[in-house]
Design a protein around this ligand. Structure first.
Ligand code: ATR
Length: 301
């Protein structure tokens, strides 16, 4: 099972001759569930692989990742705060990683480091598995940082009816509207930006929202980005509120529950993005061998 070791020593691939070595890099990383998730996928798909945590210093991601791959490492998941560094490091980016502006999965093939972003696909699969209809839905995405941008493409691909991106400061939300304008137009999605303050005015929301996603860093400190005045404009009993943070009922989720809405944390997204990374690394033919929903149920129990 997973180790809580966070040093690079046990992540040195040259120590594991004959076994493909993978890692998740983040800072902090001690509590990452990724090793346990990949261990279960490896068991389900009968793969011999070793997956560990790696905690580079904040300014040393590139050096740590290059050393990992130079020593024979096969692939790496990347989490906060290194997803932009990972994008810079990759020699080749998939189109969805380019659009996401961030990379959460790296691998090395024929001397080149490839970068992809599986976060958005993971979120979409988790939502669909939970029975949330995305086609024709009215979506509110709160936050306009890397986490929000990473999931916008795959959400827009599902052809929601409308998509509002709301952020504390307006500039970043406006930028995301520009970046995704073409995709939204091609899917006939009404894409607009708002500030968090705007959400306090019913006239500025497309009330009610079917799906409200919290992609702000506020969840980590357990503040909600939704003010008391905005709660009633955002959640109705038919809403589904999804917080990308996992492992707790956040203030954001509590606000939604109090309005009678259904809620979820982001554990399913974590498992599903890991599944996509696993298949990128080990081969798409293993899609029928792994069972992300069973792994999710195990993690919850
Ligand atoms: P990440 O990669 O996790 O998205 P980020 O790029 O630093 O991190 O973005 C953090 C996001 O959380 C931003 O949308 C930020 O809002 P601003 O752009 O206005 O800074 C949002 N955020 C962070 N703390 C917040 C808080 N307490 N309330 C509301 N939004 C918050």
């Amino acid at each position: 099972m997973s180790s809580t070791n966070t040093t690079s020593l046990h992540t040195d691939p040259s120590l594991f001759a004959g076994v493909d070595v993978y890692a998740v890099a983040g800072n902090p990383i001690a509590h990452s569930k990724s090793p346990a998730i990949h261990q279960r996928f490896a068991e389900q798909a009968n793969q011999r692989m070793h997956y560990r945590r790696l905690q580079p210093e904040i300014n040393s991601f590139a050096k740590a990742a290059q050393a990992f791959f130079a020593a024979g490492g096969k692939g790496m998941n990347v989490t906060v705060p290194f997803k932009l560094d990972a994008q810079t490091l990759a020699d080749v980016l998939t189109p969805r990683a380019q659009l996401a502006g961030a990379v959460n999965a790296l691998w090395k093939t024929e001397g080149k480091i490839f970068g992809d972003n599986t976060d958005g696909a993971g979120l979409v699969r988790d939502l669909l598995a939970k029975g949330i209809a995305l086609h024709g839905a009215r979506i509110l995405l709160i936050g306009a940082g890397g986490a929000a941008r990473g999931v916008m493409g795959p959400l827009l691909e599902q052809s929601p009816k409308s998509f509002i991106i709301a952020n504390r400061s307006s500039a970043k939300a406006d930028d995301l509207v520009k970046i995704f304008a073409d995709l939204a137009a091609s899917k006939e999605v009404a894409l607009e930006s708002r500030t968090l303050l705007d959400l306090e005015a019913a006239t500025k929301t497309l009330h009610p929202f079917d799906l409200v996603i919290n992609a702000t860093a506020a969840g980590l400190t357990d503040e909600s980005p939704v003010s008391l005045k905005a709660v009633g404009n955002i959640f109705v009993p038919s809403s589904f509120a999804y917080d990308m943070v996992y492992g707790k009922t956040t203030s954001f989720m509590q606000q939604a529950l109090q309005r009678g809405a259904r809620v979820s944390d982001g554990l399913g997204m974590l498992v599903e993005q890991a599944a996509d990374a696993f298949l990128l690394w080990r081969g798409a033919q293993l899609a029928t061998a792994i069972d992300p929903r069973a792994v999710l149920a195990e993690l919850r129990s």
